[in-house]
Structures are given as C-alpha cells and as structure tokens.
Design a protein around this ligand. Structure first.
Ligand code: G
Ligand code: G
Ligand code: MN
Ligand code: NA
Length: 254
C-alpha cells in the first residue's frame, strides 16, 4: 500500500526516467534505434525495477498516466537525438495490456507523435504475446488502426507466451523480438539454437523482421548473423542507459 501511494505521486515528483538500449543491424552492427525502458527513482526505495512496479501500475490503472508519460518522453527524446546526432533513429516503447485497451490509446499515440513531430514509422510499439492472445476482436481493431497510422508493431518476448502462431497471419506485425531466454544458451543448448533458427526462418517466411534480445557476447552475435537474424540488442553492445550515456555511446559507436 505504501508502494501504491508512492507510485501515485511518482510522476508529479519527477521520479520516473527513461533508459535507452541500442538496437543494431546484426550483420554490420549499424545502429538503427533504441528501446525505451522505464526506471523509477524513489528517495525511500531507491531504484525500483519495472518488474516490480509495472504490474502494480496495471492493477491500479496508474499504467494509463505512466504509459502516456513514457510515450511522450520517448518521442521528445527521439527528437533531441535527431538534433544531437543528425540520424533518424527509431524508438521502441513497451505497451502493457491495460494501456493498450484503454479507449484513448490510439489517439494518445497519435498525439504524442504529432506534438513532437515524429513520423509514425519511427515508432515501434512492443506488445507481448499475452496481450495478443486475450480479447481478439478488440485487439485486432486497435492493431489495425495503429498499423494504418504507420506505427510499427512488434511482438515482445516472442516464444514465452502460449504462442498460438495463427495470430501472426492475421495481425499486422512487423517484427518479432526473440526473448532473451532463448538467446542466453544458444551456444551451449542445441534446443535453444534450434528454436532461434526456427523462429528466424518462420519470421522471414512471413515477411517479419527479427530482433534478438539479450545478446551478451560475440559468439551469440556470430551465431545470429549466420542465421540471418536482422537486428540485435543486448549487453554486448550496451546496457540500458540514461539518455546522456546513450548519446555518448552513439557518438563513440563505429
Ligand atoms: O528494463 P528491464 O530493464 O528491467 O525491464 C523489465 C520489464 O519491464 C520488461 O518486461 C520490460 O518490457 C518492462 N518495461 C520496461 N519499461 C516499460 C514501460 O515503459 N512500459 C511497460 N509497460 N513495460 C516496461
Ligand atoms: O520484456 P522486455 O524485452 O521489454 O525487457 C527487456 C529486459 O531485458 C529489460 O529488463 C532489460 O534490462 C533486459 N536486458 C536487456 N539486454 C539484456 C541482456 O543482454 N541480458 C540480460 N540478461 N538482460 C537484458
Ligand atoms: Mn521490450
Ligand atoms: Na522482451
């Protein structure tokens, strides 16, 4: 309960911050964009992991204002990067189920883009399989409207849900993000290697792009390159970092 009341005040007290983790082309490590990951700095609790407060924000409905703040902050940051680097980087934002189903969600996305002058195709919304598999008609309609706006849509943590793969055929996704749990042991576990290969091949057959998450070393990256994986993200390149550190990393990359 104390955590809940602290969470309610976190936005007005300016305790939320976005960290950014680069996403690169696997083949040549060319930078294409970054994923925004929220951090909560509370004076009493220290740095609270999103794994702890996002579920609470979902239960209480706080995810609506928090999610709006994330999207706006991410678009503003993306605009600053354009000025700082001269590059048009993409920005990926995580969307949780309750936020996605909020009646104002699509308009909120539209507004964040237009207020910040960000073309829709530069924004990628990351949606989990869990969300996709409940509530089909409503989900399909929202995805369709976002797709028509030109926003890119990715399936986050792919492979960890109760994948009913049929949705990939009918929903307008652009990208699969292979969950880091498959990438972790790809050099030592044949089953993980087989799954990663199969996901990449399936995705390409469906004209989807693939991002491997949780890439931590050069052997994993080499394996992913050999399998034709499109993009990579992970500690091997950079941990999620505050904006200033992210921009320093960008300036030092290549
Ligand atoms: O950032 P890690 O570094 O700890 O993130 C932990 C979990 O929190 C991940 O599942 C991630 O998708 C989720 N997460 C991080 N930032 C956000 C956000 O802005 N919104 C939502 N809904 N989830 C987020
Ligand atoms: O659920 P989602 O994929 O949005 O969250 C990404 C999570 O993975 C975040 O908690 C982020 O900090 C974490 N992460 C990013 N790169 C790596 C990595 O290379 N290894 C591990 N173990 N975790 C990572
Ligand atoms: Mn994600
Ligand atoms: Na993920």
């Amino acid at each position: 309960l104390q955590m809940e009341s602290r969470l309610r005040r976190a936005l007005e007290l300016n305790e939320m911050e976005l960290y950014y983790q680069p996403i690169l082309q696997a083949a040549d490590s060319h930078l294409i964009g970054a994923e925004a990951l929220i951090r909560w700095n509370n004076p009493a609790m220290g740095l609270v992991s999103p794994d702890r407060f996002i579920p609470l924000a979902e239960e209480t409905g706080m995810i609506i204002p928090i999610g709006r703040w994330v999207l706006n902050a991410a678009c503003q940051a993306n605009k600053r990067w354009e000025e700082a680097t001269g590059q048009c980087l993409s920005i990926a934002v995580n969307v949780s189920p309750r936020q996605f189903r909020d009646p104002g969600f699509v308009e909120m996305v539209q507004q964040a883009l237009s207020e910040n002058g960000i073309p829709a195709k530069r924004l990628e919304l990351e949606i989990t399989e869990r969300l996709i598999l409940d509530n089909t008609i409503e989900t399909a309609q929202i995805l369709k409207r976002l797709d028509e706006m030109g926003v890119r849509l990715s399936v986050d943590d792919f492979g960890t849900g109760f994948s009913a793969l049929g949705y990939l055929k009918s929903y307008p996704f652009d990208t699969l993000k292979i969950d880091k749990s498959f990438v972790r042991d790809v050099m030592t576990e044949q089953e993980d290697a087989a799954l990663v290969k199969a996901i990449i091949n399936m995705a390409h057959s469906l004209s989807l792009e693939v991002i491997a998450e949780g890439v931590e070393d050069s052997d994993q990256l080499q394996f992913l390159r050999e399998q034709g994986c499109d993009f990579a993200q992970g500690y091997f390149y950079s941990r999620p970092a505050p904006e200033a550190d992210f921009l320093l990393w960008v300036a030092g990359h290549q």
